[in-house]
Design a protein around this ligand. Structure first.
Ligand SMILES: N[C@@H](CCC(=O)N[C@@H](CS)C(=O)NCC(=O)O)C(=O)O
Length: 220
């Protein structure tokens, strides 16, 4: 059976939310108790040699995929047949390529280049002033870009007029940023500085049962 291996982390929650929203999709969710040494074990490394979550496998189609934003696209294009949560190329090339652009931007600039550093340093070396300033500068530059995009949006969503996989990607990592930096001097007061982002964040949290999914406990 098609299986999503994941955990309730920033990247792990992205495909988890989409699978939960696609209520009818025949996908089993294997939720690791996080953190887990299992992702460095041989059986898992055969599925994802990088030893990270999330990973999606579908033996019936010989599919083994990783990279959270790639999973968002694969799951949407394969299971979201009503196009509730994505823009396909034939529906709108313009919105489809914007969707692609924002997924790249989210995965590289926000997640890998900035949030990953905040997650590690707030835990392991929170007093490193150079890294804190570098990271906060990056977050502020990303937030300015997002605020500009949202101020152009009539729907309040990142692209087009619906809640898409782009909103899921940003929501999961913005939620994670708040979880790890709240109460520390790595905190950015988005509510005060970026009102459109705050409005979007609250709207996305309240979309269907997204908030409940984000709060799923870190245990299998
Ligand atoms: N670019 C990857 C990053 C995946 C990633 O960093 N996963 C983290 C959890 S959010 C992980 O598995 N960490 C375990 C480890 O570092 O050993 C993606 O978007 O899927």
């Amino acid at each position: 059976m098609a299986t999503l291996y994941t955990a309730p982390t920033g990247n792990g929650r992205k495909p988890l939310i989409l699978v939960r929203l696609l209520k009818e999709a025949p996908i089993k969710v294997h939720l690791f108790k996080w953190p887990t040494p299992e992702v460095k074990q041989e059986w898992y490394l055969k599925l994802n040699p990088n030893g990270l979550i999330p990973t999606f496998v579908d033996p019936s189609k010989e599919i083994e995929l990783y990279e959270s934003n790639n999973l968002l696209e694969y799951l949407a294009f394969t299971y979201d047949t009503e196009r509730k949560f994505h823009y396909s190329l034939d529906e709108s090339p313009q919105l489809h390529w914007q969707q692609n652009q924002w997924l790249f931007f989210q995965g590289t600039q926000y997640a890998a280049h900035t949030l990953a550093i905040a997650v590690i340093y707030t835990k392991k070396n929170p007093n490193d002033a150079f890294t804190r300033e570098f990271t906060l500068k990056n977050f502020n530059s990303i937030f300015t870009t997002l605020e500009t995009q949202l101020s152009k949006s009539e729907s309040g969503w990142f692209i087009g007029d619906k809640f898409t996989i782009v909103d899921i990607a940003f929501l999961c990592d913005e939620h994670r940023r708040r979880e790890v930096t709240r109460g520390t001097d790595w905190w950015i007061d988005v509510e005060a500085k970026y009102p459109r982002i705050e409005e979007w964040y609250q709207r996305a949290l309240n979309f269907e049962n997204v908030k409940q999914i984000l709060e799923e406990p870190i245990s299998s």
